[in-house]
Design a protein around this ligand. Structure first.
Ligand SMILES: [Mg+2]
Length: 276
């Protein structure tokens, strides 16, 4: 464990499939993360889920981890797309197809979130799409008109086509985005979520840590591990989530059944033994 903290100062940790699976907390992984923090590693939680804000995730994580997790220790794709918009365009007027967490982050970043009624009131700078479990035709209509009549550009929190649920999978933000791209013929020009490397880069910048000192931990090859590759950082595929269930494998730096296995891999069994 101490060897890990020496080698990697920053852990970029995915949530669903790593810290929890739906409502079930993944205890073995959580215990390992607690010990990594005690050994001196900084942890930033990085999730493609935009439905909740950093504030809400920080509260849930504090209860699970047993110490205070601050909103600054969390990067959601909602927060990331809000930041990305600020960087590229300053404060903008947006129509949102997404949930509360995305709206909260956009407002917190200083953007103007326009009401979604039964039409678009120009000017609209961007339509921002995230997972929206309250999606209606009226929202799609407003977003479509914002693009076709107001000339709004298209941005997305992430492009996951599906989300994993107990029943298997359900449509994700990428499927909602596809509906708007299809109806308008306009492609998203800004995408914040993994596999884009932006969220990892943002977290590294916030922590003041370079790529050589960061380790990404996730349960999916197509998002977590791919984003790590694009950001040029080492990665852990942990088989407690999607890849484990599907039997997916990819060239992550380390592949483990649970995070507890990392102690042995990083050649630190003795230190781990002493701690336990
Ligand atoms: Mg995950």
């Amino acid at each position: 464990m101490s060897g890990l903290a020496r080698r990697y100062r920053l852990l970029l940790v995915d949530l669903d499939g790593v810290v929890w699976r739906g409502r079930r907390v993944l205890r073995e992984n959580v215990e390992w993360l607690r010990r990594a923090r005690l050994a001196g590693a900084r942890i930033v939680y990085v999730t493609n889920n935009s439905t909740r804000s950093r504030r809400v995730y920080a509260e849930r994580l504090s209860a699970i981890m047993g110490y205070r997790v601050a909103p600054e220790d969390v990067v959601t794709s909602g927060y990331a797309v809000a930041r990305l918009l600020s960087e590229k365009a300053g404060s903008v007027r947006v129509v949102v197809v997404g949930e509360e967490g995305l709206v909260e982050e956009l407002v917190a970043a200083g953007h103007v979130v326009l009401p979604v009624g039964d039409g678009a009131r120009c000017p609209v700078d961007y339509v921002v799409v995230g997972l929206d479990r309250g999606l209606t035709y009226s929202k799609l209509k407003t977003a479509h008109l914002a693009i076709t009549r107001c000339g709004a550009r298209l941005a997305a929190s992430n492009t996951d086509t599906t989300i994993p649920v107990e029943e298997g999978s359900l449509p994700g933000a990428g499927s909602i985005l596809a509906a708007l791209e299809t109806s308008t013929g306009v492609r998203a020009e800004l995408v914040a979520g993994k596999p884009e490397p932006y969220m990892y880069r943002l977290a590294m910048e916030m922590a003041g840590v370079g790529p050589g000192e960061a380790l990404a931990i996730g349960d999916r090859c197509d998002t977590d591990i791919e984003a790590a590759k694009r950001a040029g950082i080492d990665s852990v595929l942990v088989l407690t989530g999607v890849a484990g269930e599907r039997g997916d494998r990819c060239d992550a730096t380390y592949t483990v059944r649970t995070l507890a296995e990392l102690d042995g891999i990083l050649g630190d069994a003795e230190a781990t033994h002493r701690e336990s």
